[in-house]
Design a binder for this molecule. Structure first.
Ligand code: PGA
Length: 251
């Protein structure tokens, strides 16, 4: 199974600066890298990035619409992304759930739209602080995943990477401990083995996101059920992102 590392650039950087960052990252990564390395630049740059990306980098969109084509002003479909050379899409990020009203139902539809168009999906889940404090985080994450994944075939799961991103750790500098990450990832894998089957669960990549940086990447990636990372802030700096990719390669 290949590890996965993805940089989520969110709404940062103008075009020229963003392209420079991609080139810097590219030149710091050798073709021998075994992990899948993905960057998700802002949507207006996706087409240019997909044609400019050389070597190991793959391009992701930070979202897609829940619908097909039609009269949906401002939306872009999963099929459109595919037609631009985009291979991946992030679905269910907490910033979209919380800031743009993406309910479990919307996320379920987006996930299916993406799979139907042949995209691979980085599916995010994770609990807010009050849920962690009330110790109901396992139920919370299970519920999010059940909504998104129920009814899918075992083979559909091969196109999905699950990103566990506790909301209290996103952009806060407060990372989940390696033990907390491992505990949740093992829980998710066990749940997958019940809902799908053991070999599907074993083959599913589960990555961690939330203030992952060069100083904590080694610890996180040393955990047996952590198969990579979804990196926000630290992916906006080429040296930091490359250091995190290197930590994953050396795990
Ligand atoms: P962060 O963001 O690394 O800046 O915490 C992670 C994410 O939102 O995917």
């Amino acid at each position: 199974m290949k590890n996965v590392i993805a940089g989520n650039w969110k709404s940062n950087k103008l075009m020229a600066e963003a392209l420079r960052l991609m080139k810097e990252i590219e030149s710091g990564l050798t073709s021998e890298i075994s992990a899948e390395v993905i960057i998700a630049p802002p949507a207006p740059y996706l087409s240019a990035f997909a044609s400019e990306a050389k070597g190991v980098l793959q391009i992701a969109s930070q979202q897609c619409s829940a619908t097909g084509s039609g009269a949906f002003t401002g939306e872009f479909t999963a099929a459109m992304l595919g037609s631009c050379g985009v291979k991946w899409v992030i679905i269910g990020h907490s910033e979209r759930r919380e800031g743009y009203g993406e309910t479990d139902n919307v996320i379920r539809k987006k996930l299916r739209a993406a799979l139907d168009s042949g995209l691979q999906v980085l599916l995010c889940c994770g609990e807010p602080l009050e849920v962690r404090e009330s110790e109901t985080h396992f139920d919370w994450v299970q519920n999010q995943l059940m909504h998104a994944l129920s009814g899918l075939s075992n083979s559909a799961l091969e196109s999905i990477v699950i990103a566990y991103e506790p909301i209290w750790a996103i952009g806060t500098g407060k990372t989940a401990s390696a033990g907390q990450a491992q505990e949740m990832h093992a829980f998710i894998r066990n749940w997958l083995s019940i809902c799908f089957d053991r070999s599907t669960a074993r083959g599913c990549r589960i990555i961690y996101g939330g203030s992952c940086k060069p100083s904590n990447a080694d610890d996180l990636f040393a955990q047996p059920d952590v198969n990579g990372g979804l990196i926000g802030g630290a992916s906006l700096n080429a040296a930091d992102f490359i250091a995190i990719v290197t930590a994953l390669e050396n795990r």
